[in-house]
Design a protein around this ligand. Structure first.
Ligand SMILES: Nc1ncnc2c1ncn2[C@@H]1O[C@H](COP(=O)(O)OP(=O)(O)OP(=O)(O)O)[C@@H](O)[C@H]1O
Ligand SMILES: [Mg+2]
Length: 258
């Protein structure tokens, strides 16, 4: 695949122009344009199969099975978090978190020092020597976030990172992710099926439909946001409408998810 992935100056972030991606005859991304300024928190919604993961993989340069064209510029340091933590079961938590990390950072910390600090940041201090199987699902995702922090990403790509968690754990993870963002300020592109997750966390929400963005919505509310804030309702309604979901329809398949 002839993806053009160049490095930008550290102050730049994602710039995509006319991006197409196809699998055989199936065109999944059909001329996507997207610019993410540094430090912006963006959520990406869309129906199953609309191409959200394809877009993320293209930005991460992980889409080797697809053909396509277009301009695609991303920062040098990109971290990716998936729905499952992808921790190696035969390595202890700290070893997983620092896997592949080398050298010292600007503060002179070696990878182990960075790993310990990252684990503390996600609330896993003291669990460094645990095996992944000894962590709960939520803790495994915390470890995955710690692993992404060790790389000090300018861009964090997250593909339904909380999709497999129960509702309460998910809300706690939202708070954690937002706190980490406040501290480190990477650009974020968060794929989710959860409209509430998108409006509570993101400053901008995109809806992918038919290979392009059908909505690009700025959420102009301060943080921290509460799920109970009535001002979220208007944004929620716009997003559900773009996703083709009728709010009055209580059919289980049409709850507030894409
Ligand atoms: N490696 C592949 N080979 C062939 N087709 C693929 C491949 N990866 C994705 N596709 C197809 O591309 C389309 C978009 O897939 P993608 O995984 O990007 O969707 P998605 O929006 O992430 O969906 P979901 O919400 O279910 O995760 C789907 O029709 C899928 O079948
Ligand atoms: Mg997907």
């Amino acid at each position: 695949m002839a993806a053009l992935l160049e490095q930008l100056a550290p102050s730049s972030s994602v710039r995509i122009g006319g991006l197409t991606r196809s699998f055989g005859e199936r065109v999944v991304l059909d001329g996507v344009d997207l610019e993410i300024p540094p430090g912006q928190f963006v959520a990406l919604l869309g129906h199953s199969g609309s191409g959200k993961s394809t877009l993320l993989r293209a930005i991460a340069d992980l889409d080797h099975g697809a053909s396509g064209s277009g301009e695609l510029l991303a920062p040098e340091r990109v971290s990716v978090v998936f729905q499952d933590s992808r921790l190696l079961p035969w390595r202890r938590v700290l070893d997983n978190v620092v896997l592949g990390a080398r050298g010292k950072d600007d503060e002179g910390r070696n990878p182990v020092e960075r790993g310990l600090a990252a684990l503390a940041e996600v609330g896993l201090a003291g669990r460094e020597r645990a095996w992944p199987s000894q962590l709960s699902g939520g803790e495994q995702q915390r470890a995955a976030l710690a692993r992404s922090l060790v790389w000090e990403p300018e861009l964090l790509l997250a593909d339904e990172p909380f999709g497999a968690l129960d509702a309460l754990t998910r809300i706690r993870m939202h708070t954690l992710l937002r706190e980490l963002w406040e501290r480190h300020r990477p650009s974020v592109l968060l794929v989710t099926h959860d409209v509430d997750e998108a409006v509570v966390l993101a400053d901008r929400v995109l809806v992918l439909d038919g290979g392009r963005f059908s909505l690009d919505l700025t959420i102009g509310l301060d943080h921290p946001r509460s799920y109970r804030d009535p001002r979220l309702a208007e944004y929620r309604e716009q997003l559900l409408s773009a996703l083709g979901v009728d709010q009055d329809d209580n059919h289980p398949a049409k709850e507030a998810t894409a």
